[in-house]
Design a protein around this ligand. Structure first.
Ligand SMILES: Nc1ncnc2c1ncn2[C@@H]1O[C@H](COP(=O)(O)OP(=O)(O)OP(=O)(O)O)[C@@H](O)[C@H]1O
Length: 540
């Protein structure tokens, strides 16, 4: 038999407790002895929740299945079923309700077992009205609190997500947006500094979407020469231009049923932007030199490390295209704004690189981890990768020390001692002129220099003598000369120079901000001095 008590607005708690919002729902009292049931129902008549009585396990199951139950007061001895089994069923079904078990004198062992199985509290018969009410109320509140904490932990506790490592609050927000955006077909526009993981983000969006089984096609708009990019996206027919020896599908058709990722979208020229807009509006593409329209179903994701709205303002990016693509924006925070993520990523990278390079690194000293957290990482995760690869290749384990990471400071000290390690303007590589001589704080990181000469390892004269003996030059110098040649060959067109060198244009932009523009003669920028000193060798 199931009986119900109506709820009462009043409760037996004091004013302070009454101010806590009690979770809503019903209480199920499971008690097979009618006289006891009557007493408990009387005790409970003034609680905040309506109470249903179940006199058997079967009745209890039916009430629980009907939902909306906030708590169960469960006698462990039932005619048709063990109360412990019912408790296990509740917890196995992950039902969010508090459970208070009722046991007889002398059965403490059973109470302990019930607590282990997930009961929130227990009462030993006999007990007074107040005791029942307070125990019930506390159990409901504790359970609600524990549930909220569990949910928050589940939300916030993600240390990795589809290729991302990092449990910072900033990245939890990104993971949530990716999850929500993945369910939609709306275009996503990813922004963030170079190396923050924009491509990882695009891949995650694809993997978390219902297009995951379809193709993911990525195209770097800056890495492809302008005269080829149209055919790269839309394809071409045989004879469309010199060298078009056959029909070729473009990225759009290859991405059919999946995702098309247009990286460095702001590098696309305006004429092509118009064609892209038409593609987005009509869902059809026309191969270069062809007359037939091909229908394709793709989800667009694009990315840039520029400010796309500023590009619109400057007339380099079409406003209508911006609004078509910028439906769901995702901003990837720079690594320096991700709390301890840098350490979490560094640990994972160290393990990977040590395995790949056959080194025996086991971790970082506390000082090294602290330094990792303090460095500004202008080149973000890619820079961290370069630095750690460098550390692993050039040093021996078992621990990465501060000294192994402290490149700029050692460069600065070397300079102070007169070590000739000057950049184009006399600064040490990777360090802004203004920071080059600052000995204290290890600001923007340069590639980790070779290990300090150990006795017997270097001939007299140190690094420079070895360089001269072998005709070697620092990598940054070779890299910059190469970039300068490429830029001059392309009349200062960065994307074209990047395509020639097969690096990301952002790598060249960073160097221009750092060293100045060799074509226009523009000097390095202040912003570049602060933001462009990753000093890593050209990548991507
Ligand atoms: N949170 C992260 N955890 C682990 N690895 C990461 C993370 N973010 C980025 N990476 C890695 O860092 C490298 C750079 O990432 P990615 O290419 O996605 O950056 P990006 O923002 O697209 O860079 P760019 O603007 O220069 O093209 C990749 O090897 C990527 O796997």
């Amino acid at each position: 038999m199931v009986q119900s008590l109506p709820s009462s607005p009043g409760d037996d708690v004091g004013p302070a407790e009454a101010s806590i919002a009690a979770p809503s729902g019903r209480v199920v009292l499971v008690e097979d002895t009618p006289s006891m049931a009557r007493v408990y129902m009387e005790y409970l008549k003034d609680t905040a929740w309506p109470v249903d009585l179940a006199e058997t396990g079967a009745e209890a199951r039916a009430l629980l299945a009907s939902g909306g139950v906030v708590a169960v007061i469960l006698d462990l001895y039932l005619p048709d079923l063990s109360g412990l089994d019912l408790l296990r069923e509740i917890r196995a079904a992950d039902q969010e309700m508090a459970v208070v078990v009722v046991t007889s004198q002398g059965s403490l062992q059973v109470a302990v077992e019930a607590m282990r199985e997930g009961a929130d509290d227990f009462l030993t018969k006999p007990f007074a009205a107040d005791r029942l009410r307070v125990t019930l109320r506390n159990a409901v509140e504790r359970h609600a609190m524990a549930g909220a904490i569990r949910r928050i932990k589940r939300e916030l506790g993600r240390e990795a997500f589809h290729g991302f490592i990092g449990s910072s609050l900033a990245m939890q927000g990104v993971y949530r947006t990716i999850e929500a955006a993945a369910r939609s077909r709306a275009s996503v526009f990813i922004t963030g500094e170079s190396g923050t993981g924009k491509e990882v983000c695009a891949t995650a969006l694809h993997q978390a979407s219902d297009r995951a089984r379809g193709p993911f096609v990525a195209l770097n708009c800056a890495a492809i020469p302008h005269d080829l990019i149209e055919s790269e996206i839309f394809g071409h027919v045989k004879g469309a231009f010199t060298g078009a020896i056959g029909d070729r599908e473009g990225a759009a058709v290859r991405a059919n049923g999946g995702t098309l990722f247009l990286d460095e979208i702001c590098e696309m020229d305006l004429a092509l932007q118009a064609k892209l807009l038409r593609f987005i509006q009509t869902g059809t593409v026309q191969p270069v030199g062809g007359s037939r329209l091909v229908a394709v179903d793709v989800r667009f994701i694009c990315a840039t490390n520029r400010d796309p709205w500023a590009e619109v303002g400057a007339g380099r990016f079409r406003e209508d295209l911006y609004f078509r693509l910028h439906v769901i924006p995702i901003l990837l925070p720079p690594l320096r704004e991700r709390d301890r993520d840098v350490v979490e990523i560094a640990r994972a990278l160290l393990e990977r690189y040590a395995a790949e390079e056959g080194r025996h690194f086991q971790g970082f000293t506390p000082g090294a981890e602290d330094l990792l957290s303090r460095l500004p990482w202008p080149g973000n995760v890619r820079q961290l990768q370069n630095v750690l690869r460098n550390v692993v290749v050039l040093n021996e384990g078992p621990l990465v020390t501060e000294a192994m990471l402290d490149g700029p400071r050692r460069h600065a000290e070397g300079r102070a001692r007169g070590t000739p390690a000057a950049g184009p303007r006399g600064e040490p590589p990777g360090v802004a002129p203004s920071q080059a001589v600052a000995p204290a704080s290890p600001l923007p990181l340069s590639p980790v220099p070779p290990p300090a000469p150990t006795s017997g390892a270097m001939p007299a004269g140190g690094l420079e003598a070895v360089r001269q003996a072998h005709g070697l030059r620092p990598m940054w110098q070779v890299e910059w000369e190469h970039m300068t040649t490429a830029l001059r060959a392309c009349a200062g067109n960065v994307p074209r120079a990047a395509a020639l060198l097969e690096v990301s244009p952002s790598t060249i932009y960073r160097r221009i901000r750092q060293f100045g523009d060799p074509v226009t003669g523009a000097p390095p920028t202040e912003a570049g001095a602060a933001a462009g000193k990753d000093g890593g060798t050209a990548s991507g």
